[in-house]
Design a protein around this ligand. Structure first.
Ligand code: CA2
Length: 154
């Protein structure tokens, strides 16, 4: 069965435990469950991961590029957390791995502090989902399936 990789960056392990006014009350385990249900409905497998370390995320994106080339993976949903706004290394990894990737943010970063308005990830992403809360993960999985398996508009 083809799969998707869902990657979460720094501090997202705290989801649902702190700052519920910004990020909601769902935990990362809840988000994983939601991703599994959405992927199952689309007959896709899910590999769901989180790391607080930039280099680990770079390694996982390189791995995703290899798995995509082998036809095992259809793409990546990536919430890079604060590395969105700082990481040239993650930008280069996505470009270098030629991976199909949807950038995702739970909050509307454009309605927040100015330092959150710029993303190093966006120019390397196939698409962006912003500000839909954790439901954005479902939308991003649907988008990956649509990009991988195009069909006529209804
Ligand atoms: O809105 C998003 O998904 C973000 O990627 C979340 C990042 C933030 O730096 C980005 O600008 C936007 C922060 C993730 C940290 O998540 C926490 C969750 C609960 C408590 C503390 C942090």
């Amino acid at each position: 069965m083809p799969s998707i990789l869902v990657l979460n960056g720094p501090n997202l392990n705290l989801l649902g435990l702190r700052e519920p006014a910004v990020y909601g009350s769902a935990t990362l385990a809840d988000v994983e469950q939601l991703c599994r249900e959405q992927a199952e409905a689309l007959e896709l497998g899910v590999d769901f991961r989180q790391s607080n370390h930039e280099g680990v995320l770079v390694d996982w994106i390189q791995e995703a590029g290899r798995r995509m080339a082998e036809g095992e993976l259809i793409g990546v949903v990536f919430n890079p957390g604060a590395y969105t706004h700082t990481s040239v290394a993650l930008h280069d990894a996505i470009k270098g791995a030629s991976v199909r990737l949807i950038e995702l943010h739970i909050s509307n970063v454009h309605a927040r502090e100015p330092f959150r308005h710029h993303s190093y990830i966006s120019p390397a992403a196939a698409g962006i989902v912003v500000g839909l809360g954790v439901a954005g993960y479902e939308v991003a999985i649907q988008a990956l399936a649509r990009l991988a398996y195009p069909r006529a508009p209804r």
